[in-house]
Design a protein around this ligand. Structure first.
Ligand code: SGN
Ligand code: CA
Length: 580
């Protein structure tokens, strides 16, 4: 990946003092809490917020300059719904009960969550956009609203059904008699979520502090930029270097990796994912381009990508014209011999993927800008703690992959920026080991809601000790537990769990009974599993011990996450504080 997408940059910093308002102060002194969550935003592309990046993300950059960027922030289960459940509850999947996206029971909204705790402590709470804690049966299509679980702990909610759509999306709001109202809104999802969030902020009860979750769909598959941002990221995608392991052959790692169905080469839908326009691709080239090993994905939507059917005629026309020209360029390059081999095709596909993905993030950048402007204009900037995160990591072609799920660094690590003027030291890059389970206790602490009862439910720990410098001994050698459950499932990633220490990633693949160990200092790209190498025998012994201990500390039930099949668990919150 080109350095502008990845490099760290230490920025100038000024000192700030920490002082948390507690119950002793007047209620309206407590900070507002603004959580902006994107869907599938990769840490690697967060690098675009840096000063030396040519990508036009001024608002990400400003947020990073004014706040703290966490370079080692990890999820607990690299899948949307489960990961969000971990964020809201501050507990691992086996404790909050939301293990999978598919086959799941609906999220049990009766359990403790940070929105509920803040609500109880006198905050006005709201969520707009992606919630995604439903139980969608596999292969469900059409109206997803009936599967959604209602958000609890929010005074106001307006959410997408399931994944939501980019174009003219549906929103669900609570109606009369417990019924839900589903309404299609004309426009582009990121902009609509922004407008609705600002509207709520404007109309909220201003006597109370607020907690607002702004949930964006972008940059989730199938990576559709807004019409005005079509092509705007092309020059940057063309400039970027692909990851060195784009052509990873999966050697020297567990056998199961070869069975995963998330490669750009073989499991990418050239019509609905790459947005090629079928009718302008001659048949011989169609054969050459298509993904031979894709079992389900390739036929799922054919060329009619799920967003196409939602577009209005003008949107369709603009979309079609842009992608027709892009497709014709590809055809021309193939005919002229510029693109010849399988790897040439892969590289062009990667550029299209980058262009579209980065293009959707442009709207998120605009959204951040608008929301920050609102805070400033309304005198809320100083007393609002802003947390920006994704919902897990994502592959930008590393290992030849897209999607997430695996414990590999790109999908395990997630973007995190926090800003709170006067409290969080600006311009700092924190190298502390943090996890999404930490957000909930952090919010409770800054809101004066850190009662023993609340804090004892969390498996994460408050990040406030990091606010001054980005460092604290408690976050240095802190092993983080990870578990992934969704197998069988789309993309065929195995059930596995494991841990991340400062240096190592250890994982046990339950589905295939294989261990995997990476020495991230020597092999940051994770190309060589060293668990069976004699020189790592001692390390392996120690890490296995740590793994068993961590499972115990995190109260992982015996046999979880299991190899395959149905698994359910009743939510529990008898955690004790912050063992993890
Ligand atoms: C959809 C996507 C998958 C993705 C899951 C989960 N397929 O099913 O590629 O892994 O969502 O994503 S799609 O063809 O329907 O877009 S998650 O972010 O919600 O966990
Ligand atoms: Ca996601």
């Amino acid at each position: 990946m080109h350095q502008y997408l990845t490099n760290g940059l230490l920025l100038a910093a000024c000192s700030a003092s920490l002082a948390f308002s507690a119950q002793t102060k007047e209620e309206d002194q407590r900070p507002n809490i603004l959580v902006i969550v994107t869907d599938d935003h990769s840490y690697q592309t967060l690098g675009t917020c840096e000063k030396d990046s040519p990508m036009p993300y001024p608002n990400f950059r400003k947020l990073a300059d004014e706040g703290m960027v966490f370079d080692r922030s990890y999820c607990a289960n690299s899948l949307c719904g489960p990961s969000r459940a971990c964020i809201y509850t501050g507990r691992h999947s086996h404790m909050n009960g939301y293990l999978f996206n598919e086959h799941a029971a609906p999220f049990d909204g009766s359990q403790p969550t940070f929105p509920k705790m803040l609500q109880k402590a006198g905050y006005q709470t709201a969520i707009v956009g992606k919630w995604h804690l439903e139980a969608i049966p596999p292969n469900a299509r059409g109206d997803m609203s009936k599967y959604e679980s209602n958000p609890t702990g929010f005074d106001y909610w307006e959410i997408f059904p399931g994944q939501g759509n980019y174009f003219n999306p549906d929103f669900i709001t609570p109606g009369k008699d417990g019924k839900r109202v589903v309404k299609t809104e004309p426009g582009y999802a990121t902009e609509l979520v922004t407008q609705k969030s600002l509207k709520w902020l404007d109309q909220r009860d201003k006597t109370k502090p607020f907690m607002l979750v702004v949930g964006h769909k972008a940059p989730h598959r199938c990576w559709c930029p807004s019409i005005q941002n079509l092509g705007r990221a092309k020059q940057y995608a063309d400039l970027a270097d692909p990851p060195a392991n784009l052509e990873d052959d999966f050697a020297n790692r567990p056998e199961f990796l070869k069975m995963t169905e998330q490669t750009l080469l073989n499991h990418f839908n050239v019509w609905s994912d790459e947005h090629l326009i079928k009718e302008v691709v001659p048949e011989d080239i169609q054969k050459m381009l298509s993904c031979p090993e894709s079992k389900t994905l390739h036929t799922k939507y054919d060329w009619e990508m799920p967003e196409w059917v939602r577009m209005d005629p003008q949107q369709k026309e603009a979309w079609y014209n842009y992608h027709k020209a892009r497709t014709l360029q590809l055809v021309k390059d193939i005919r002229s011999g510029k693109i010849k081999t399988k790897n040439d095709i892969l590289l062009r596909r990667w550029r299209h993927y980058m262009e579209d993905y980065l293009g959707t993030v442009l709207s998120v950048d605009e959204s951040i800008g608008e929301i920050m402007d609102y805070l400033k204009k309304n005198g809320l900037e100083k007393n609002t703690i802003v947390l920006y995160c994704g919902d897990q990591g994502f592959y930008m072609g590393e290992h030849g992959l897209y999607d997430k799920r695996w414990i590999f660094e790109e999908s395990f690590r997630m973007p995190l920026i926090m800003k709170w003027p006067g409290h969080i030291k600006p311009g700092v890059r924190s190298n502390a080991m943090v996890q999404e389970l930490d957000y909930a206790p952090t919010f409770c602490e800054v809101a004066g809601a850190a009662t023993p009862e609340n804090m004892s439910t969390f498996q994460g720990r408050s990040l406030t000790p990091l606010f001054k410098t980005g460092e604290h001994p408690d976050f240095k050698d802190r092993p983080l537990y990870y578990a992934f459950y969704e197998n069988p499932g789309e993309h065929n990633a195995p059930r596995h769990d494991g841990l991340r220490t400062e240096r190592y990633t250890l994982s046990y693949l339950w589905t295939s009974d294989e261990w995997m160990l990476f020495d991230n200092h020597k092999d940051p790209a994770q190309m060589m599993d060293v668990h069976a190498k004699p020189e790592y025998a001692e390390t392996m012994k120690e890490l296995k011990k740590l793994y068993r201990q961590l499972r115990k500390d995190c109260q992982v039930p015996e046999g979880f996450p299991g190899a395959t099949g149905k698994l359910s668990v009743t939510p529990r919150w008898d955690c004790g504080t912050g063992k993890n």
